[in-house]
Design a binder for this molecule. Structure first.
Ligand code: G6P
Length: 365
């Protein structure tokens, strides 16, 4: 099949806009009413005592997010690693470990080598892939397709949210097997996930606010991203996206690390993008934000209506998203992370779909 831009200026824009549809499709394949069906339903986590997640790039940030989910919902200890580090460190793999490899292409050399290292050591090798007939899928005991469809833009977008989608379903299954999630709570969580594509569409409609803010962010030389808890991996992903396609230097920190270094960089030329839905950690993040503003930093707060109200009007810009349950917030907050990078890159006139020096699939070391 021929893939075209269907009227969008870039594949990246098209792939961002496709997210509600592909997420809904993937959920239909993995969820049946109140329970998980398909290949995830066949996995049993009862005897799993540890999970190791390994990937590169954007997929690694999906793994970091999954660590929060798996530990919080299923109470299983999780290790997360970058494939190029994991493969040469040759870590001990304890009995009872399930190893999970996440890769859009399924061909990333380091991730594949990490998988091969785990063969025969881990109890079970799972992969979360977009390309179902890839090397990583073939060499796993079970390959879970994310059903994002072909992704052309070098900067990963819909593959990231579809990876998160499958990883959250895995966490829900693991939590169920471990007796940590009763039927009612599971039904509620799955319902929340099913509502997400609709909410995503509402958020997509607010694109023009993000576009305006991004045009100004594009004038900065350096940008900081902050987030706490589930928003920390999101901050890392936001900084990666911005670097990849707009070539603006960006860094991400866990909000609580602000005073351990990055605060020294803050002045009125540095936009600080803060991902903070009004969740259980919101107050902590607001106080970090105030530290930034007290030093003249320009805060771009990405939050919901309740968060915007509580934060007050001293921010440089506020991007308001619909309110969602905090467990699924990473999927929704991926959208502004992607759109900020996209619009900043368009404002700078870079080659959005084919950024310099980068490859879609890194099959050599
Ligand atoms: C490259 C791509 C990234 C991707 C990473 C991992 O760097 O440009 O978008 O996140 O590889 O790729 P994978 O196919 O393993 O997810």
């Amino acid at each position: 099949t021929r893939i075209d831009k269907s009227g969008y200026k870039h594949f990246m824009a098209k792939e961002i806009a496709e997210q509600p549809a592909v997420l809904a499709d993937a959920l239909n394949r993995y969820v049946d009413q109140d329970s998980i069906s398909g290949p995830i339903a066949d996995l049993d986590f009862t005897d799993t005592t540890g999970i190791t997640l390994v990937a590169c790039g954007t997929a690694f940030y999906a793994c970091l997010t999954a660590k929060y989910w798996l530990e919080k919902l299923a109470r299983i200890p999780v290790e997360v690693d970058i494939a190029s580090e994991f493969r040469y460190r040759e870590p001990p793999i304890a009995k009872g470990t399930t190893a999970i490899f996440v890769s859009q292409s399924g061909e990333t050399a380091d991730t594949l080598a990490a998988l091969r290292y785990c063969a025969g050591k881990a109890d079970r090798i799972l992969s979360v892939v977009n390309v179902a007939e890839s090397s990583i899928a073939r060499e796993s005991d079970v390959a879970l397709p994310i059903h994002a469809g072909v992704e052309v833009g070098v900067a990963s977008t819909k593959a990231f949210t579809c990876q998160l989608n499958v990883l959250l379903l895995l966490a829900i299954k693991a939590a169920t097997d471990k007796g940590e999630l009763d039927q009612g709570s599971r039904a509620k969580l799955l319902e929340t996930m099913r509502a997400l594509p609709g909410i995503f569409n509402v958020a997509l409609d607010r694109d023009s606010v993000i576009e305006t803010a991004s045009a100004q962010i594009a004038e900065a030389r350096d940008v900081l991203f902050l987030g706490r808890g589930l928003m920390y991996p999101l901050a890392l992903e936001g900084a990666l996206k911005l670097k990849e396609i707009s070539y603006i230097h960006a860094e991400a920190y866990a909000s609580g690390e602000l005073k351990h270094g990055p605060i020294a960089l803050i002045d009125k030329s540095v936009p600080v993008i803060v991902f903070a839905p009004r969740d259980s950690l919101f107050d902590k993040t607001v106080s970090n934000m105030q530290e930034v503003m007290a030093r003249g930093g320009k805060v771009v707060l990405v939050t919901d209506a309740a968060g915007a109200q509580q934060a007050g009007s001293d921010t440089w810009k506020t991007i308001i998203l619909p309110e969602v349950d905090e467990v699924v917030a990473p999927l929704l907050y991926a959208l502004p992370a992607q759109l900020i990078a996209y619009h900043a890159a368009v404002a700078k006139g870079t080659d959005v779909d084919q950024p310099r020096n980068l490859a879609k699939s890194v099959t050599v070391e």
